[in-house]
Design a protein around this ligand. Structure first.
Ligand SMILES: [Fe+2]
Length: 121
């Protein structure tokens, strides 16, 4: 990062993640709260994967293109892992149904967020 003239900025609140956390079930059965925590992570990993894919595809710099491509592959693996963990501990049909609800909720979240140049979320 330094070699390329970049510097780490201050850590900031992540609105997107906070919205996802708000969607998590607060009460109810422990298994379903556990499922929501796994699906939150799956969602974050899946979207990171997509962002790194777009980044890697749009770069002329060969080194950075491969760099972000490797991140994309890594994030895809993380997404898969969280879904597999969910399906290992919770009935697959319940996981699938709740994942669909997460995708709907995320659509609404995304409609509330503004596009900003200082973040990749
Ligand atoms: Fe990850």
């Amino acid at each position: 990062m330094e070699k390329r003239g970049g510097r780490l900025g201050k850590q900031r609140k992540d609105e997107y993640v906070n919205h996802l956390l708000n969607f998590q079930q607060k009460g109810g059965h422990e298994d379903l709260r556990f499922l929501d925590r796994l699906l939150t992570m799956a969602m974050i990993e899946a979207r990171s994967c997509e962002r790194f894919k777009r980044l890697s595809e749009g770069l002329q710099d060969e080194y950075l293109r491969k760099f972000y491509r490797r991140f994309m592959e890594s994030e895809a693996g993380h997404y898969k892992l969280f879904i597999e963990l969910a399906e290992h501990y919770i009935d697959k049909e319940i996981v699938r149904k709740r994942w669909a609800e997460w995708l709907e909720a995320e659509t609404l979240i995304m409609q509330q967020l503004s596009v900003r140049g200082d973040r990749i979320h």
